[in-house]
Design a protein around this ligand. Structure first.
Ligand code: PGA
Length: 248
């Protein structure tokens, strides 16, 4: 399966900083053909990033989307607008959206369906908090998020990101064993829902991925890629992650 490595810039970089990053980064990954390389800048930089990416092997994603096509929804951005700005992908259900903007499983599901209907590929995020892990609820939480988030969503054009909240931006990566265990659980659930077709869904890991731990994480059986926050903000560091070498 082709690896999928995505940068989630969150609320970082101005439009000119985004352009500057891409001018340095794109040559560093030129010729990489066995990895889907994706970057998700803030909304305001999407159009400029799309221009910079033209003719390259780097794909554009947005970090969020609204579920309506147009209308009186102040501050929101529709799937159609994202496509027009050059996006191929959209991240939905990130834990920061769930935590700070109160997006529940129902909202996440609506966004995924709207994005898919418009023709965007979806990077769907799930994962437990520290409290939930310590209470032994890791699998219960993942199961609920996956089941409810993916109601009436087919297996095509879908990437599932497992992001344990306690590992995001904390420097505390899940151990390869912890990540693999969760990924195997998700793979099993997806197989239960989609049967053989679940084989096309890549399950990627997110949470303090760095150039130092990417090789071991990518060596895990059920890990097909990474969603990278902090370590995606510097061209060298993100390029090293894209050039991972699987380590067992
Ligand atoms: P991090 O963020 O790599 O900074 O931990 C990952 C994410 O939230 O997608």
């Amino acid at each position: 399966m082709k690896a999928f490595i995505a940068a989630n810039w969150k609320m970082n970089k101005t439009v000119s900083e985004a352009r500057e990053f891409l001018k340095t980064f794109i040559p560093l990954v030129k010729g990489v053909s066995d990895v889907d390389i994706v970057i998700a800048p803030p909304f305001i930089s999407l159009a400029a990033a799309s221009e910079e990416m033209k003719g390259s092997n780097v794909q554009l994603s947005s970090q969020d989307v609204f579920w309506e096509e147009k209308g009186a929804f102040t501050g929101e951005v529709s799937p159609q607008m994202l496509l027009d700005a050059g996006c191929k992908h959209v991240i939905v259900g990130h834990s920061e959206r769930r935590q700070y903007f109160h997006e529940d499983d129902g909202v996440v599901n609506k966004k995924i369906k709207a994005a898919r209907k418009a023709g965007l590929d979806v990077i769907f995020c799930c994962g437990e908090s520290l409290q939930e892990r310590e209470a032994g609820k890791t699998f219960e939480v993942i199961q609920r998020e996956v089941e409810k988030g993916l109601v009436d969503v087919g297996p095509d054009h879908l990437v599932v990101a497992y992001e344990p909240i306690w590992a995001i931006g904390t420097g505390k990566t899940a151990t390869p064993e912890q990540a693999q265990e969760a990924h195997a659980f998700i793979a099993g659930m997806l197989a239960g829902v989609y049967g053989n077709k679940s084989g096309i869904i890549r399950i990627i890991y997110g949470g303090s991925v760095t150039p130092d731990n990417v090789d071991t994480l990518m060596g895990c059986k059920d890990i097909s890629g990474a969603l990278v926050g902090g370590a995606s903000l510097k061209p060298d560091s993100f390029s090293r992650i894209v050039h991972f070498k699987k380590e067992k």
